[in-house]
Ligand binder design. Structure first.
Ligand SMILES: [Cu+2]
Length: 343
């Protein structure tokens, strides 16, 4: 698996922002709605606790004090008014990933969106589009600070209802893959605590961080990668969230987002295949059946799984280490019990 840091999500946003867009004509009047108008949504950026498991609670910058940020369901072409409050101590950018919206609300400073000031508010309004699975996230560059930017818990899904929806599925499930507790390492996220006793790991990490700080003092860190201690789907480590409860014969449309700052992720469900119907929220011309989903950072895959193999299964990352540290969720058929199976 390619563990190389991929910190620059900005390039994708810039790409999206330069496509020809019909709603661009709205730009002149989209930025600020009259104050009297009630907001359709309110988002607060601030510190929240994320309970990945009962004994694994992390503090992170989040939306509305929770991870995930709330699922925002928009309607294609129907204007929305959103108040964004920044309760944090640093200016923020909330980027609407994958949407064609004017530069002043897009959420990318390099495109000209004003920052949401620390302890300040911005009201924005835009016409959502195109239809499909999008998301919102911070567009602040983390640099060497593993608590900021995309390393934080600022990720939330967006679904823009199409005007016409063929709907060849029974229900939708949104899944956001996300790591927590990042650290600089010399060797990716090798499970050091499996290889060495805890005291030795702490010493190694301390030495690593001291060397990294020295390296940072000279400029950008060189020769380091970012690894993670904790892994989750929808903010829960494998075995600690609610299972996805299904019935035999159901067609479940999974909307999967890789919310990582750096990692390429995989996802498989033993005994089942994925019919990929959309990539990055955009319908594919010819849906294909695949055994494994692979997602780069910020990538989205929408895939239908036909529930034809009753049991209790792990829907999880192919990487044994990442999965054992939480990157998975249980899929439980009605009437089936027992230990979740992985194969
Ligand atoms: Cu983005």
């Amino acid at each position: 698996m390619n563990r190389r840091a991929f910190l620059e999500l900005g390039g994708l946003a810039a790409l999206a922002a330069h496509l020809p867009v019909p709603v661009r004509a709205e730009a002149g009047r989209a930025a600020v709605a009259p104050a009297a108008e009630p907001a359709d949504y309110t988002i607060r950026i601030g510190t929240g606790l994320v309970e990945l498991a009962p004994d694994r609670i992390v503090s992170a910058t989040t939306y509305n004090g929770q991870f995930l940020g709330p699922l925002l369901r928009f309607e294609e072409g129907r204007r929305v008014v959103i108040d964004i409050h920044n309760d944090s101590d640093t200016p923020e950018q909330l980027h609407w990933h994958g949407q064609f919206v004017p530069d002043d609300v897009d959420g990318a400073a390099e495109e000209g969106t004003p920052y949401i000031p620390a302890h300040g508010t911005r009201r924005i309004a835009f016409v959502p589009g195109p239809a499909g699975f999008r998301f919102y996230h911070t567009h602040v560059r983390a640099g060497g600070d593993l608590h900021r930017g995309q390393y934080s818990g600022q990720v939330g899904p967006v679904y823009i209802e199409p005007v016409r929806n063929p709907g060849a599925y029974d229900r939708e499930v949104f899944l956001v893959l996300k790591e927590f507790e990042p650290l600089f390492t010399r060797g990716g996220d090798v499970p050091m605590d499996f290889l060495a006793p805890a005291g030795r790991v702490a010493a190694l990490e301390e030495a690593g961080e001291a060397a990294m700080r020295a390296s940072l003092a000279r400029g950008m860190p060189r020769g380091y990668e970012v690894g993670y201690r904790l892994f989750s789907i929808n903010g829960r480590m494998l075995g600690h969230g609610d299972p996805i409860r299904v019935k035999e014969g159901e067609r479940v449309l999974l909307h999967v987002l890789n919310g990582s700052a750096t990692e390429i992720r995989s996802l498989a469900l033993p005994g089942h295949t994925f019919r990929v119907v959309a990539l990055d929220g955009n319908p594919v011309p010819g849906p294909r059946e695949v055994p494994v989903l692979w997602l780069g950072t910020a990538e989205r895959v929408s895939a239908i799984v036909e529930m034809t193999h009753p049991g209790v299964w792990v829907l999880g990352d192919l990487d044994d280490d990442d999965r054992s540290r939480g990157m998975g969720v249980v899929v439980e058929y009605a009437g089936r019990t027992g230990k979740p199976q992985w194969a």
